[in-house]
Every structure is written in structure tokens, then in C-alpha cells.
Design a protein around this ligand. Sequence first.
Ligand code: PLP
Length: 385
Amino acid sequence: MSLFPTYNRFPLTIISGQGTKVKDDQGKEYLDFVSGIAVCNLGHRPPEVQSAIQKQLDEVWHVSNLYEIPEQERAAGLLTEATNLDYVFFCNSGAEANEAAIKLARKHTQKEKIVTFKQSFHGRTFATMSATGQEKIQQGFGTLLPTFEYLPFNDEAAVEQLEGDDVAAVMVEVVQGEGGVVPGTEAFLKAVEQKCKELGALMIIDEVQTGIGRTGTPFAHQLYDLDPDIVTSAKGLGSGFPVGAMLGKEKLVDAFSAGSHGTTFGGNPLASAAVCATLETIFDEAFLEGVKEKGEYLRNQLEDELLSLPMVKEVRGKGLMLGIVLDEEAIPLVHKLRENGLLAVVAGPKVLRLLPPLNVSEEEMNKAVSIMQHVLHEQSRLQNV
Ligand SMILES: Cc1ncc(COP(=O)(O)O)c(C=O)c1O
């Protein structure tokens, strides 16, 4: 093996995928309720995105941001029309989108401190690792960037106490994803928004995991009517084509002038074709209404089937981003679910996370719930013998 062992990989090689289903190299089929961790929001190889990429493959792949890229302009238009934000910078990942947000906030405000929250996750670059409020992510890398401060999540009193004229921005997830699928409360998120106004700081919302329809609105902050200055996106943005984006308000546009920030690949024609086809499908009222309904349905089914088990404490989340909170380690259950044909992922040590494609069918949800029911009841039975 000549790969750095940055992942504990499951003993599974997926060789094909279509919609919510994937197949391994032994011919076994699985329901994929991971979606590449909230990436394949339209399932695997959605025809509208596949044909847009294929069409672009026949025209031109990459040209450099030194030239006009009409598809990139169109992708930016789809993002700004769906939000209260005015300008877009395309990059290649969530970390890069957050990196751009941090740079933009510091350059615009000419202040340095960025406040984030404990148990947050914002990425693996030096700035985004420093922004991440989890020691395990930061350990071993020496001195972090010194300008980050971490407050407890969902603690509006802590937010209200924040003061000082040195805060450039507060950066927050609407639902903490890697931190355990923890939805921010409305009171907390509104307190963050209010505090940013008071301090003349920018509100940055990291929607890398929650965005692109995952919670039933184009972006999750729209569930709470928040008006952030900057929003970051990646994961589902290109349906699996690697692409990220930072969206910002008009007042910020001059801080990123020619030469102040950039990227070789960001928003190239292939990526932009994938983004346009993805957003045209997902940012549709009826589609998003369907996500809300599916989210309610799945959550109710999970609650009905699992909450009676002593090991299951809670089902939480928004839309089709759901966490099943356990009072034991979740990873052994992920293995058992896989053996039974369902792919799920953990979020922290004791939370099972489900992120099905947003176009998952009721039949597929029923099947997934029945596998969960079988595996968790079996586990509970074994513990009681
Ligand atoms: C909320 C959030 N922000 C940022 C990131 C980093 O994104 P990427 O892995 O594309 O750099 C992630 C990835 O899990 C995330 O969930």
C-alpha cells in the first residue's frame, strides 16, 4: 500500500452506483445512505448531471480563470438567485471555501479575530483546522493560527457576552455535521446574527454539509431566515464533481480584487457544468418540498422503530441530515448495517448519521429503516442475554 493512512477504510470496494444503490466488487448491492458524505445529493450518476458533464467533455475541460467562463457565470447566478448573497468565488473543496471566507473577512474588516464553536468542523488546512473547535483535529501540528476563539455551541448567553472591537467574523454551522448532527437552535443562531451586527463583525455560515438542498431549502440558514454576510458551500454542489464556493454580500466585493485571491482549477468549465445541472434540479420548489417531506417521513419511521430501544436516545437533525444518538459506540453498528446492505456513517463516537440522496424513494427509506430496525434490535437482544 502506498497511500498515507489518513483513513481507516472499511473493507468495501464500490465499483458501480446508480441512484441510491451501489454495488461492490463481489456483486453485493447496498442502499447508500452516506452519499459520499452528503455529496451525491441526487444519487449516483444522476442523468441530468452526467449529460451536462458529458456535453462539456466534448467542448472544453479547462481554460484557466484568466479567461471568461460562461458556465461559471451561470453557476454563480444560480447561487445568488437562490440566496440573499451577491457574489461567488469558486474553488475546489469545503476547506478552500472556508479559507476564502476567512481571508475575505479579515481583508474586508481589517480585523483578525474569528470566533467559531466547540465541536465545529471547518476543514483541514491550517486556517480551517484552526477554526475547527476540536482538539483531536488539531493535535500534533504545532502552533495553530492564533486568532481563533471557540465558544460553546448553542449557548446564546456565551454569544451575548462576546465583546471587543477586534472580531472580524463569527463562523458557524447551522447543523453541526461532523460534531454529531447537532442542529443550532433558532435563539442561538439569531443571537450570533445579532452579535455580529453589534460588533461590526461578519457572519459566516459554513454550509459545506448542510447546503444544496440537504435540509429542504437551498441552504439551511434559510430555515431560520438568517441573513449571513458569507456562506460557504462544497460537497453536494457538483454532485460528486469536486467543487466549492464562497458566496458573499455586495459590500465585500472590493476586498477581493484581481490578484488578492485565486485558484487554478476553481469553477473550471467541467466543474461549472456539474454545478449548473445540479442546482437547476435541486433549487426547485417542488423538489425541495419533497426533501422536507422525505425528511419528516424518515425521521418519523426511525423514531417509531428505534426509540423504544434503550440504546437509542434521540433522532435529531434537519431534512435528510439525520443523526441517531446512541448511548454506545456507533462504529460497530455501521459495520453490521453494511453487512446487512445499508451504508451509514458516524458523526462523532456515538451518533449514527444518515445522509441519503435527496431523491431517495419511500420504498428505499422503508428498506433502510427495516435494516436499521433489524440490526439495532439484534444488537440490543445480544446485550441482554
Ligand atoms: C461543515 C464542514 N465544513 C468544511 C468541511 C471540509 O470540506 P472538505 O473536506 O471538502 O475540505 C466539511 C467536511 O466534512 C464540513 O462538514
